[in-house]
Design a protein around this ligand. Structure first.
Ligand SMILES: Cc1cc2nc3c(=O)[nH]c(=O)nc-3n(C[C@H](O)[C@H](O)[C@H](O)COP(=O)(O)OP(=O)(O)OC[C@H]3O[C@@H](n4cnc5c(N)ncnc54)[C@H](O)[C@@H]3O)c2cc1C
Length: 272
């Protein structure tokens, strides 16, 4: 069993804290995955006020007091795909997902990314392990338990390789510093340790988890929901997209209900 490194233990504690503090907006995915809608900017009134700039001087400030007319305008804008008013509402998600999921997610270019760096920190020492559901299609076990065990053993070996080689290099650096063969650390980033991290990260597999802040406007978020909750999307990113939609729906039940009414909502497992 691979032991989590210190940074990974801190992330595990942080996930527990966030889940307890923000249960409507945070979800666990698999053994180590996590997503939280940490922040939002704007609401239904932002969309309506933006749209009305061209037609009226009426402005709203409280989304809980929308009239039937307001609701039907929202419905009209969404169903007719009036895009730009939906670009004025923003969402900031944090998610912890395997790197192979990140590679698919980052293709959604109309959004802003900030990702955990293996140049500045050691990798998160947790990797994706597909459970029985992820490994099975219509009763056929595509990847068996035995194969999964071998995969887990391989990933543990790679993660251990990183930890052990990094430790060896750090000890060497410290020893050479004591002897005076390497210049002392002058504060800030240690260039030798930093280069070790840059080189050793090359061994890390795409199954290891990474940590991302994803900031996205509502129009682009709907595009993400649409593309990544479909059956054709890979199972793992689909799990994240469905969780992202679920927490969005808790935060914006009216928008969710309009999306569902006009057929723009993802087909969730509960609704399918
Ligand atoms: C099932 C599935 C399989 C996929 N397979 C692959 C694959 O094999 N290889 C691969 O590389 N990608 C693959 N993708 C990624 C896909 O090609 C898109 O890059 C990704 O889904 C992001 O979609 P998007 O471009 O609509 O989103 P965004 O990049 O967020 O763009 C949003 C919208 O902005 C507009 N836009 C953005 N950039 C441009 C531009 N340069 N020119 C014109 N309009 C633009 C488009 O209207 C676009 O829909 C796959 C996606 C899915 C869902």
């Amino acid at each position: 069993m691979l032991e989590a490194n210190e940074g990974t233990r801190e992330i595990m504690e942080e996930i527990q804290t966030r889940m307890a503090r923000n249960p409507d907006r945070a979800r666990r995915i698999g053994t180590f995955g996590f997503i939280e809608l940490e922040d939002t900017w704007g609401d239904e009134t932002t969309i309506l006020n933006t749209a009305r700039v061209s037609t009226s001087n009426r402005r709203l400030s409280d989304p809980s007091t929308l009239s039937d007319k307001d609701r039907s305008l929202l419905e009209h804008l969404l169903s007719e795909e009036h895009g730009t008013p939906f670009e004025t509402v923003w969402f900031r998600y944090r998610f912890i997902a395997p790197i192979f999921v990140l590679r698919q997610w980052v293709k959604h270019r109309v959004s802003t990314w900030n990702e955990f760096s293996m140049r500045y920190r050691k990798p998160i020492s947790a990797f994706y392990v597909p459970d029985t559901k992820a490994r099975t299609i219509e009763g056929f076990e595509v990847m068996t338990q035995e194969q999964t065990d071998r995969y887990v053993s391989l990933m543990e070996t790679v993660n251990r390789f990183y930890e052990e080689e990094y430790e060896t290099i750090c000890q060497k650096i410290d020893g050479l510093r004591l002897q005076g063969s390497l210049p002392p650390k002058t504060g800030g980033r240690d260039p030798y340790r930093a280069r070790a991290r840059e080189l050793l990260r090359c061994a890390m597999p795409v199954s290891n988890y990474s940590d991302v802040y994803w900031t996205v406007n509502f129009r682009s978020l709907m595009n993400f929901f649409n593309l990544r909750t479909k059956e054709t999307a890979q199972y793992e990113i689909r799990e994240y997209a469905l969780a992202a939609y679920d927490v969005f729906g808790h935060a914006f039940p009216l928008l969710r209900s309009i999306m569902e009414k006009i057929g723009k909502a993802p087909i969730t497992p509960a609704s399918s």
